[in-house]
Design a protein around this ligand. Structure first.
Ligand code: NAG
Length: 368
């Protein structure tokens, strides 16, 4: 496979959330847009109807369909096929639910379907009744288009960003953390699921955690990530990871590593050991592009979140550098910056584009 900037296009977006943020040192001709109001996406469907439908990649040719019903007797079944209304296949999966203080989640269904053909539209229905959805599977080879969106939230900015992303006809959305900004208010996770459903049910969304997913409460919920792990289960087992907080997957000619800024990362940690093993398995002939996503950036000139990614950078940057990672995307700081690793040297010039770090802004930006 030919590796060039022509073969992978990336749409980078993020939005300003409603969360207050210190003003950064943007150049004087740039004025930061003010926050916009929260959108509370209501629940209009019946208790047994699927809601918050979203899909994610599992292995090379399968898709996980996830949704929630208030009705605890609703079935975890997905029927699908290539013609609307005609479902030639079906699969049954599993379900879960969780409690967080006085909140009880609905029934969270997860069903893996496949094998699926690449670059193909499939129509599907969840739970044996109700609305039909459709998605397109990613291509099996280049070109592939990713949309990268960090710090999504659920404000009027989110809605405008998602409309914008949707115009690009991307193949896979990558989200390096901060999804709903529920921050322990669990009903906001449901609102977020409903807000993103029209998009996340059409294309696979691959996510990793940000600080707003932590939701630790001392003694009662000491490990956190209850909602995130229950609602956004990613295919971590497929890449040999033991945690939903970090994993990797391959699509077309890309090996994509989703690191966990809020899981342990020092040399003795399971994440470090897993990353070492995962990088060792990369075959650049099969996946010439090696892409990494993290939430908290390892380089950042803004005052906001200054230095927060530094200990992780110290622990892990060398691994990425030695594996010749092409590009690292981060979120967290709501500003756009590009960096070259401080490990960049004359030798790197010969390799060209060694390790570029990108934090994104709410500006729309893409290269083809
Ligand atoms: C996304 O774009 C497609 C056309 O490419 C359109 O059919 C669909 O309605 C859009 N989705 C939303 C939620 O606007």
């Amino acid at each position: 496979m030919e590796k060039s900037w022509l073969t992978v296009s990336l749409h980078l977006l993020t939005i300003l959330s409603s969360i207050q943020f210190p003003r950064s040192h943007a150049s004087s001709d740039y004025s930061r847009q003010p926050p916009r109001s929260l959108i509370f996406t209501p629940h209009h469907r019946s208790d047994s109807d699927p809601q918050q439908v979203h899909i994610s990649l599992v292995g090379r040719d399968r898709m996980k369909v996830s949704w929630i019903t208030d009705d605890k007797s609703a079935r975890s079944i997905v029927e699908y096929g290539k013609i609307p209304g005609k479902y030639e296949a079906s699969a049954t999966g599993e379900h879960t639910s969780y409690n967080y203080f006085f909140y009880s989640s609905g029934k969270i269904h997860n069903v893996e379907i496949g094998p699926l053909e690449a670059g193909t539209v499939y129509y599907y229905r969840c739970g044996g009744s109700g609305q039909e959805f459709y998605f397109k599977t990613p291509p099996s080879s280049f070109p592939i288009e990713f949309a990268v969106v960090g710090d999504l939230g659920q404000t009027e900015w989110t809605a405008s960003t998602l409309r914008h992303v949707n115009k690009t006809n991307y193949d896979v959305l990558l989200l390096p953390g901060d999804l709903s900004y529920a921050d322990s208010d669990q009903s906001l996770w449901d609102c977020f699921g409903r807000l993103v459903e029209p998009y996340a049910s059409h294309r696979p969304w691959m996510v990793t955690e940000g600080n707003h997913e932590i939701e630790i409460f001392p003694i009662i919920y000491p490990h956190g990530f209850k909602a995130f792990n229950s609602r956004w289960p990613m295919p971590f087992q497929e890449s040999g990871s033991t945690s939903n907080l970090y994993y990797s997957f391959e699509v077309a000619g890309c090996h994509v590593i989703m690191l966990g800024s809020y899981a342990e990362f020092d040399e003795k940690s399971s994440q470090y050991k897993w990353l070492t093993g995962d990088l060792g398995k990369v075959d650049r002939r099969r996946t010439p592009w090696l892409i990494v996503l993290i939430h908290a950036p390892w380089y950042n000139t803004n005052l906001a979140h200054k230095g927060e990614g530094e200990s992780m950078r110290k622990a892990m940057e060398k691994l990425l550098y030695e594996a010749r990672v092409d590009v690292v995307f981060a979120g967290h700081v709501h500003a756009y910056e590009r960096f070259v690793s401080h490990l960049f040297n004359l030798l790197s010039l010969i390799w060209f584009l060694q390790l570029v770090y990108i934090i994104f802004s709410f500006n729309f930006f893409f290269f083809k």
